[in-house]
Design a protein around this ligand. Structure first.
Ligand code: SF4
Length: 956
């Protein structure tokens, strides 16, 4: 801060009379901090990052200075990967605090509460510092310290054996918090295993499918900063993916006059900032969106120029209305007929949102035209049967207004995300793992990961080596007791290695617990669609970088980190090397240095190669006399492209067109059997990665894969539609998906500041509903789900739509008395009993409270409430099309009885298996056309070789 400017007469006076120390005497050492254009007002200039001096706050009233080396990295507490800078005390060599990084193009120096709280996580007294191996039975809670070599050798030998015996599908890597940008794809493909599993089908697959079926990209990249109207189906100003970079741009747009509408049954902090809060009944969002589409069509507010060129409307007319004139006027007419029933009044009846507001917002959207930005990530798309139709109908509004890829509009994610080039790309694996992509879900956008315990129980396969990476399905997923049953069974899971920075309910059931670094203790690269530009950021282990600056050699990151906390990057190189000690499996060749032939690659070389191939980065580094890697070590981030719009209009080059053919009817340009572009206005454009290379209002894919009723955007009634509930029995819809801005799924129990702010998860209920039950805030409710119940307190609030209840999903962490102590800022101790017939009962025996540790704050814990673990009482609900778990629950609410205690849980896993089968019966299994398992054009995580997409002949 520039103290001179702010040196008030009161300060001068107080300093003069000695009331406070003279803070302004040494301004020469406290120079004004840098002010990057349009960014933070103050921050240490990078040329001083090696030796930055600040006053020591804790020395007050003495004036004492501290010298720091400042090292940039990125936050790991949500996917946004905002920039952080670690202030490392030169005297102690320890990280003192984290601030933002103004050179990060997305976060621009700003962070949410979870960024700076990284300091809590790295200093947490309960953290796991050394590799551990279980010493008793699995799940018994006994552990012994081992060396990294012991862990690596044992796991590598087991994988080697599986590969030699062609049991490649028994090696699985399951990721919770991703990152790594392509790193694991390389590792798994070098092993030739179809072993990638993710958490995406309990997170965002619904929305992804809805987008992908339109334009082949699975996420939106809204240009909020330049929008005139912003529409959010979520609480995105306060939580969700990329919310911090988005939130600052939404507020910028609002300051310039943009309007904001929020569709959410809960008065979130986001809704409270909106110009239009539209509290819709859950699952009816698509009805509201189609009513808006109808207003745009009926009032001529659509963008003809865009639609005529970039929508496959001719295909729609030919397929659905054969014989009708193929012209744009007929298309509009037919759409008006298709959506005639979606009057604003119908939408109001379905959703409870006033028809007048629906019309007003639709007109505002029409007026905003190409400057209309939208966003849906989890929220409605992940809550409902058919939730994917919500993002499909939302994108429909972008298509109608021609705001796809425009300034102030909504671009596809891939346009604003950098894809790294690797030093080596192994061939695609020759296996298809049906535990991840079973034939019942040919269109599932990601792996059916939440059904894994049920698949294992049905004997569909087994896992010999199972890695979980920052992944806690026992707690985060629905139906966690089924996970415990599967993980405890060594026939189903031969070896379970948990790669984790902290203890979790899943790690309790591992064979190895391998401590991996937190944000500032690991390597990684990040690039996300946070705005209209493209950037790349470098997550680096800051103490290792500080050691380098001090001239100290470090071979492996665990040498610089606390204890022997390691990182995955080096772990996978070492493991791969040991799986193939003599190179005979063909794995080693993919881990050789691109700079030193025949030698093992180092993590520095891995990133140096990537950074050398980032457009513009070599030039920027040269200007400073640095290598590309050293440039990224210094700044932590690089802007690859400032803005990128309308990339679908990019023209194909002559080389692309050589040997290509053009379909005379559709204009689709193909080469070697794949569509590569489309003729638009006579020009060969790249278009979108769909079969028609355009926005697909009409989807032939849906017709081909047995869902003809959904070939165009439709409203699908949710499993928790009001018609499906019996109010007289106390049935409600429970919205269990909302996030608190200060917590991170199950990963903030090690952050004392965050748990101090948020430590309970009551049931939100409107006063009218509370009056019906005769209850008040703090009373206990028994929430009966389809497979059991949980007992929680109620919070009576006007901020909830009547008829709907909600419960935040982060809180209710637990350990059994025999489990190691971890995350004690947030963890209840529980007793768990089984009845031997599928029944599981959990009761809190000890709540959160003060404890002794090296951190004096642990004695100052004043909260006693660790919350309630609700997810474990949810049945699995796989959407038959997108494969998304449909989170919303039908619950029967009753007042708690005399024997019920706060936090009580009961679950019947036999019932949960039945419910799994009921939902499975809704699926329409493959094969599709040509005996395919899945449409070839549709993306697939860790895409295997093309021949594996076809069922073997005998299964036809
Ligand atoms: S939004 Fe918050 S938690 Fe997410 S990366 Fe940024 S600072 Fe970290």
């Amino acid at each position: 801060m520039n103290h001179k400017q702010n040196h008030t007469w009161i300060e001068r006076f107080a300093e003069k009379i000695g009331l406070i120390p003279n803070l302004h005497a040494e301004e020469e050492t406290m120079e004004p901090r840098l002010m990057p254009e349009g960014q933070l007002r103050s921050f240490p200039p990078p040329e001083k990052w090696d030796d930055w001096v600040e006053y020591e706050a804790k020395a007050w009233p003495k004036i004492s200075k501290k010298r720091y080396t400042i090292v940039p990295t990125t936050c790991f507490n949500c996917e946004a990967a905002c920039g952080l800078t670690a202030f490392i005390d030169k005297e102690t060599g320890k990280v003192r605090k984290f601030e933002g990084n103004p050179y990060h193009p997305a976060s621009r120096g700003r962070n949410c509460a979870k960024g700076p709280a990284t300091i809590n996580q790295i200093t947490d007294p309960d953290r796991i510092l050394y590799p551990l191996k279980r010493s008793g039975k699995r799940g018994e809670g006994q552990w012994e310290r081992i060396t990294w070599d012991e862990a690596l050798d044992d796991i590598a030998a087991r994988i080697r054996k599986a590969l030699q015996e062609k049991r490649n599908n028994e090696v699985v890597y399951h990721v919770g918090r991703p990152g790594h940008e392509g790193y694991m794809d390389r590792v798994l493909q070098s092993w030739n295993v179809d072993g990638h599993n993710s958490h995406t089908n309990i997170c965002s697959s619904g929305a992804r499918f809805g987008y992908s079926i339109w334009y082949g990209y699975d996420r939106p990249s809204p240009d909020h900063a330049n929008a005139d109207f912003i529409f959010l189906i979520s609480a995105h100003l306060e939580s969700g993916h990329y919310f911090n970079p988005h939130a600052q741009r939404i507020i910028e747009a609002k300051m310039k006059g943009a309007k904001l509408a929020v569709l959410d049954p809960r008065l979130s902090n986001t809704a409270s900032m909106a110009d239009y809060w539209m509290p819709s009944y859950p699952g009816t969002e698509a009805a509201v969106l189609l009513a808006m589409a109808k207003v745009l069509l009926d009032e001529g507010l659509y963008n003809r120029a865009y639609m005529e060129r970039w929508v496959n409307w001719e295909e729609y007319l030919r397929k659905i209305h054969p014989g009708a004139a193929v012209n744009f006027e007929t298309y509009i007419e037919k759409m008006q007929e298709e959506y005639a029933e979606f009057t604003p009044e119908y939408a109001e009846k379905e959703s409870g949102v006033k028809a007048t507001m629906i019309v007003e917002v639709a007109r505002q959207i029409g007026r905003a035209g190409t400057r209309f930005s939208t966003h849906n990530w989890r929220s409605a798309a992940s809550g409902n049967l058919g939730g994917w139709a919500v993002s499909r109908c939302l994108h429909f509004l972008n298509v109608l207004t021609g705001s796809v890829g425009t300034v102030g509009g909504t671009s596809p994610s891939a346009w604003n995300k950098f894809k790294p080039k690797f030093f080596d790309t192994p061939p695609a694996q020759k296996f298809w793992n049906e535990l991840h992509f079973p034939k019942e879900y040919p269109l599932a956008y990601f792996e059916m990961s939440f059904l894994l315990p049920h698949f294992l129980k049905e004997g569909r396969g087994r896992m010999d080596v199972y890695f979980t990476r920052v992944f806690n399905p026992v707690w985060t997923y629905p139906d966690g007791f089924s996970w415990i049953e599967a993980l405890s069974d060594e026939q189903m899971v031969g070896l379970h290695a948990a790669l984790t920075p902290t203890w979790s309910e899943t790690a309790y059931f591992a064979d190895y617990v391998l401590p991996m670094g937190l944000a500032s203790e690991r390597h990684d690269i990040n690039s996300y669609e946070t705005h209209s530009g493209t950037w790349i950021a470098f997550r680096q282990p800051v103490l290792r970088e500080a050691a380098r600056r001090n001239g100290k050699a470090v071979t492996f990151t665990y040498e610089a980190n606390p204890g022997e906390v390691w990182e995955e990057d080096e772990f996978w190189i070492e493991l791969s090397w040991r799986i193939d000690p003599d190179g005979s499996l063909g794995i080693r060749q993919h881990f050789l240095s691109p700079y030193r032939p025949g030698e093992k690659i180092t993590v520095d070389e891995y990133y140096q190669f990537i950074f050398e191939h980032v457009p513009g980065l070599p030039e920027a580094a040269r200007k400073e006399g640095l290598s590309e890697l050293d440039y990224m070590k210094k700044y932590g981030a690089f802007e690859v492209e400032k803005h990128g719009y309308l990339k679908n209009e990019k023209l194909l080059g002559e080389a692309d067109l050589q040997g290509a053919t053009t379909d005379p009817l559709s204009g689709v340009i193909s080469k070697n059997g794949s569509a590569i572009g489309v003729l638009v206005d006579g020009k060969p454009c790249v278009g979108f990665p769909t079969p028609s290379r355009k926005n697909e209002f009409y989807s032939q894919t849906m017709a081909d894969w047995k869902w003809p009723e959904y070939v165009i955007p439709k409203y699908i009634k949710s499993h928790i539609h009001l018609d499906a509930l019996d109010k007289s029995k106390g049935e409600f819809v429970l919205v269990p998906t909302f996030r608190l801005p200060t917590l991170i799924h199950s990963r903030s129990g090690n952050a004392k500041w965050l748990t101090e702010i948020s430590n309970r998860n009551p049931i939100w209920m409107h006063p009218e509903d509370a009056a019906r039950f005769g209850i008040q805030t703090g009373d206990l409710l028994k929430m009966n789900t389809d497979i059991g119940y949980f007992v929680d307190k109620v919070w009576v609030t006007q901020g909830m739509k009547p008829g709907v209840v909600a419960c935040s999903h982060h809180i209710g962490r637990w350990r059994r008395p025999n489990d190691p102590e971890g995350n004690r800022w947030a963890v209840n101790t529980v007793a768990i009993e089984r009845d031997g017939k599928g029944g599981w009962r959990m009761r809190t025996t000890k709540s959160v409270g003060p404890f002794d540790s090296k951190d004096p704050d642990s004695k100052r814990i004043f909260w006693r409430d660790g919350g309630v673990h609700q997810n474990i009482t949810h049945a699995v609900h796989p959407d038959p099309i997108s494969g998304m778990h449909c989170w919303h629950q039908r619950v029967r609410i009753e007042k708690a009885g005399p024997n019920d205690q706060y936090g009580d849980i009961f679950v019947d896993t036999e019932k949960s298996h039945q419910i799994y089968k009921e939902w499975l019966a809704m699926a329409r299994p493959a094969p599709g056309p040509d005996n395919l398992r899945r449409p070839l054009w549709m993306p697939r995580a860790l895409r295997p070789a093309t021949e594996t997409f076809y069922f073997p002949e005998q299964e036809e």
